[in-house]
Design a protein around this ligand. Sequence first.
Ligand SMILES: Nc1nc2c(ncn2[C@@H]2O[C@H](COP(=O)(O)OP(=O)(O)OP(=O)(O)O)[C@@H](O)[C@H]2O)c(=O)[nH]1
Ligand SMILES: [Mg+2]
Length: 187
Amino acid sequence: MILIMGVTGAGKSYFINKLVDREAVREGNKLDSCTAVCQAIPAKIGSSKVLLIDTPGFDDTERSDSEILTEIARLLAVQYELGIKLKGVIYLHRITDVRYQRSSVKTLQIFKEICGKEALKNVLLVTTRWGEVERFVGADRERQLRDKFWAYMLANGSMISRYYGDRDSAIGIITQLLGKATVVLDL
Ligand SMILES: Nc1nc2c(ncn2[C@@H]2O[C@H](COP(=O)(O)OP(=O)(O)OP(=O)(O)O)[C@@H](O)[C@H]2O)c(=O)[nH]1
Ligand SMILES: [Mg+2]
């Protein structure tokens, strides 16, 4: 199982749909947040079977972060009870964001706490929407994420990756986690 997390509108549902090559989950093109509950989508990547979990984004327009946390905790409890192994977590962030807003700082803080230090080596920090920025502008923002906002996580074994918006790129990202040992999150 792989969890897909990030602030609302980061492109979590879009990423999953590209990966499975169908409209498995609803994407939102409105200003309102879209995904309200966790959804599990089975996918086959090469010869591996994986369960992708689409989560409601933090900083949702309708619900508080604590409601969303409760929702994710509920899902993790069921997963643990059923003996489904967690391979890792993908955290999506839009490279088009011109500021690392407070909502992102807060979300990342919550995210770090959910994972716990031990699990950070199973975290993939992924930037999205590279088609909408000049490559050098994106690269400069990525460097700032690496040096500042994501430095702690990278120092503890998390990895960074770019999502280019297509299926092949999504498969490449998932594959990076499939080879890892399974983890249990602190939450
Ligand atoms: N072109 C392009 N559009 C994207 C990309 N990622 C997301 N979108 C679009 O951005 C909008 C929001 O994406 P979603 O995937 O619904 O965002 P989300 O993270 O699931 O948001 P919540 O469900 O509210 O937490 C949708 O209209 C997507 O089609 C991307 O990489 N490229
Ligand atoms: Mg969604």
